[in-house]
Design a protein around this ligand. Structure first.
Ligand code: SAH
Ligand code: SF4
Length: 372
């Protein structure tokens, strides 16, 4: 059986090559060709012995997720649509800024956790992405960006930050996520610092502990409610891991985290979780956890029962948190037209495959969100 080399981090690649009689340094060379230079043609890996190149041709392949489409919006945000087989389509979003470039990637096709305000949750769970599909989003986007060179940046610096905030719950696909993270951090692959890679979770407590032990990167936690009663409704996984356990897990995570705070994400739902009383309740709830807040104006989608909180309400809510000394940012509402265009694009592709009822994930992030 052939191996997809994009599925292997340094340790696995070393083991794979050792099984085939090769020395460990070969793994570093292969990693560099694959990830740093985006090369998939074994013949082009010129400093690798011809005998190994021939061996690789028979034993291995390099297969990233297929790039279906790529759109650039007016503000430079660029969306990539990938075919991950079986009719599943996922998206990555690249957000260029002067000082950094952030890529938002997906970890699952769909999501089983069914948060009531989330379009991905509403589409149900299709499957976990493989390591090659997770890290392959970086692989493909980097190649695409490198080809353009429009920012004039050295191509290996174009993606400076990665956030796992696209489709799916990264910690529900922990093994593949951790292997992909290791590749992102590996100096021979993407060489990102742990502070510049952020995992967002709805709060899978045991997996948070494992992430801390196996590959502690920056952490964002989707809180969305100041008490268990409301969180049970908005984020159903709360019934299994209630707030007290979740916040204790955040504290444990911080012992090994690359940053000294957790980012709490809080979606602003009109009349549901956005009152002054709830802001105060939130402050009391989180007072023992070093944290920042990121308020996310709700992104509506067809059939969703919620409305976005008015801008004045969001400002007031943010003020209450900031005045109490908690750093609070509000995600700038990016052009809904752009997010819609993104969703429509996935819709069109899926229509061609005669699948209905599935939609692209809502675009969850914008420039401000990644300013942690
Ligand atoms: N599953 C992970 C990561 C993906 S979702 C998580 O839940 O954290 C990334 C962020 O987008 C989460 O904070 C999520 O709650 C938020 N989100 C989901 N649906 C949204 C919507 N319709 N509008 C605004 N934010 C949304
Ligand atoms: Fe899944 Fe996150 Fe959406 Fe909840 S918010 S359904 S965990 S992707």
């Amino acid at each position: 059986m052939t191996v997809n080399l994009l599925d292997l981090d340094a340790a696995r690649l070393t083991a794979f090559l050792a099984d085939n009689g090769e020395k460990p340094f070969r793994a570093r060379q292969v990693l560099r060709w694959l990830h740093r230079f985006g090369q998939r043609d074994f013949d082009a890996m010129t400093d690798i012995a011809k005998s190994l190149r021939e061996k690789l041709k028979t034993l291995a392949v390099v297969v990233p997720p297929g790039l279906l489409a790529d759109r650039i919006s007016d503000d430079g945000t660029r969306k990539f649509l990938f075919d991950v087989s079986g009719g599943n389509v996922i998206e990555s979003v690249f957000i260029p800024e002067l000082e950094r470039g952030t890529l938002c990637i997906s970890t699952q096709a769909g999501c089983a956790l069914d948060c009531s305000f989330c379009s991905t949750g509403k589409q149900g769970f299709n499957r976990n992405l493989t390591v090659a599909e997770i890290v392959g989003q970086l692989w493909q986007v980097r190649r695409a960006l490198g080809a353009g060179q429009e920012q004039g940046w050295p191509s290996e610096r174009v993606i400076s930050n990665v956030v796992l905030m696209g489709m799916g719950e990264p910690l529900a696909n922990l093994d593949n996520t951790v292997t992909a993270l290791r590749l992102m951090l590996d100096d021979h692959a993407y060489g990102l610092s742990r502070r510049r890679v952020t995992v967002s979770t709805s709060g899978l407590v045991p997996a948070m502990d494992r992430l801390r032990d196996e590959c502690a990167v920056a952490l964002a936690v989707s809180l969305h409610a100041p008490n268990d009663r409301l969180r049970d409704e908005l984020v159903p996984i709360n019934r299994k891991y209630p707030l007290r356990e979740l916040l204790a897990a955040c504290l444990r995570y911080l012992e090994k985290a690359p940053r000294d705070f957790v980012t709490f994400e809080y979606v602003m739902l009109d009349g549901i979780n956005d009152s002054d009383t709830q802001a105060r309740e939130l402050l009391t709830l989180t007072r023992d956890v070093p944290c920042k807040f990121n308020l996310i104006p709700f992104n509506p989608f067809p059939g969703s029962p919620y409305r976005r909180s008015p801008a004045t309400r969001i400002r007031r809510f943010a003020e209450l948190l900031s005045d109490a000394g908690v750093v609070t940012t509000t995600r700038k509402t990016r052009g809904d037209d752009i997010a819609a265009a993104c969703g429509q694009l996935a819709g069109q592709v899926l229509d061609r495959t005669q699948r209905t009822g599935r939609r692209s994930f809502a675009l969850h992030l914008d420039r401000q969100e990644v300013c942690t």
